[in-house]
Design a protein around this ligand. Structure first.
Ligand SMILES: [Ca+2]
Length: 432
């Protein structure tokens, strides 16, 4: 997900890609890594560049496929299902290319939100809820997840079913499983995809998704599908590709199953008081709402945030000059779909706006430009050289880099918000 090659992201707007790239690269993004996610392969790490896969004619592939077939059959998948799924399998150099893509620049969070939470998408989501109000009401009641949250996931994941990815899932997962890089993860997803085919939910030629195997309108990876997909329309198949009842109920079941608290909000935009300790603005710093209140955190209208013992964290995605949010457990529930704070904020804000609430009140610091990968590496190296311990420089701005940046900012007499900008890099170059 996040960009410096906007065309790449726009062209391949699969949830899986957003998860792969976005979680790590979107500026200001914070990540967690604990729970299963619907559409997110594990981070890529720093494994060596893969080679382009040989064709399916190669002896290597034949041997690999024979091994996979034996394993699949051993797991109870019918040989006929396996053979049908692989009858026309293709290895895709394009998928390898996409899997290796490293964005040169990060995308600033406001730029991502401008497109993910556009007025057009808000309108479309409201229209979808209205057109299908009985269904939204029923599913929402059954799972305790608001209609607008369901519509927001649907909108962000697949633009309400318009954009679900055109890759054959078996081709995609086979390419990634055979290729060697994160092979074990994709092999296990592939075996589960075969189980789904074996259960008759979908025919292999209709099992389409993103290049990383995130499927249908919910962009579920196969393991998530197996655990959460629902046959809501009762036709005997869990069809997240074409059945809207199945799509919405499956989304709702996943969200509820990942600790969604019915009746609670995801959080609110807030004002932080002068002198706020900005090192406390990390998702890892959780305090009861009563404590944030005591520290002077207020809603934008000046009221005190509600909830005493409710655990919450302060989220800043663009430093002290950008908007601040008090986020609660339901924000983390959204992040289990995709472990990116920017993604979760997009879903939350889209839902709010569909429900008639206003968007963000405070302005983003839109004058800030994203750092290039080289600049991110340089900044990390400088922090390391100065003894601020950002971890091994990898070009990814995570909590360690932000905390190191805070230490530099504090020493330099700046507001220690950890927001990494060109101005901050300039200041380091000047040695102040
Ligand atoms: Ca169905």
């Amino acid at each position: 997900m996040r960009i410096v090659r906007p065309m790449l992201l726009r062209a391949v707007r699969s949830a899986a890609l957003r998860a792969c790239l976005g979680a790590m690269v979107l500026a200001g993004c914070q990540t967690t890594g604990t729970a299963p996610t619907a559409a997110a392969p594990p981070p890529k790490g720093t494994s060596p560049k893969p080679t382009v896969p040989p064709s399916t004619d190669s002896a290597d592939f034949a041997q690999w496929l024979a091994g996979l077939r034996a394993e699949a059959v051993g797991q109870g998948i019918r040989p006929a299902t396996f053979d049908r799924a692989f009858a026309r399998v293709r290895l895709s150099p394009r998928i390898i290319e996409l899997d290796s893509a490293q964005p040169e620049f990060t995308r600033m969070v406001w730029s991502y939100l401008d497109s993910a939470v556009s007025d057009a998408r808000v309108q479309k989501g409201r229209a979808k809820i209205q057109e299908n109000s009985a269904l939204f009401t029923r599913v929402s009641r059954e799972y305790g997840v608001p209609a607008e949250i369901l519509a927001a996931f649907w909108g962000v994941e697949s633009d309400f079913g318009r954009d679900t990815g055109t890759f054959a899932v078996v081709d995609a997962l086979t390419t990634l499983a055979f290729n060697g890089r994160r092979a074990a993860y994709f092999r296990s997803e592939l075996l589960v995809a075969l189980k789904i085919l074996d259960s008759g939910d979908i025919a292999p030629e209709r099992m389409t998704g993103s290049w990383a195997g995130a499927m249908g309108q919910t962009q579920f990876m196969p393991t998530i599908f197996q655990r959460y997909a629902v046959d809501e329309d009762g036709d005997g198949r869990r069809d997240i590709w074409t059945s809207m009842p199945d799509v919405l109920a499956s989304t709702a079941r996943f969200v509820r199953g990942n600790n969604w608290q019915p009746g609670e909000r995801w959080g609110d935009e807030v004002r932080l008081p002068a002198g706020f300790p900005y090192d406390q603005a990390e998702l890892t710093v959780v305090k009861p709402v009563s404590e944030w209140r005591r520290m002077g955190v207020r809603l934008m209208n000046g009221a005190e945030p509600e909830g005493d013992a409710t655990p919450a964290a302060i989220l800043l995605l663009a430093g002290a000059e950008g908007p601040a949010f008090l986020v609660r457990e339901n924000f983390r529930a959204i992040m289990r779909y995709n472990p990116s704070t920017s993604y979760a904020l997009a879903v939350a804000l889209l839902a709010d706006r569909m429900a008639g609430r206003s968007g963000i009140a405070a302005p983003w610091p839109r004058h800030e430009q994203p750092l290039s990968k080289d600049e991110r590496l340089e900044l990390q190296q400088r922090l390391a050289d100065m003894g601020y311990e950002p971890g091994t420089p990898d070009g990814i701005i995570g909590p360690s880099t932000r905390n190191a940046a805070r230490r530099f900012q504090a020493a330099a007499g700046m507001v220690p918000d950890g927001f990494v900008t060109k101005a901050l890099l300039e200041r380091m170059r000047r040695g102040v």
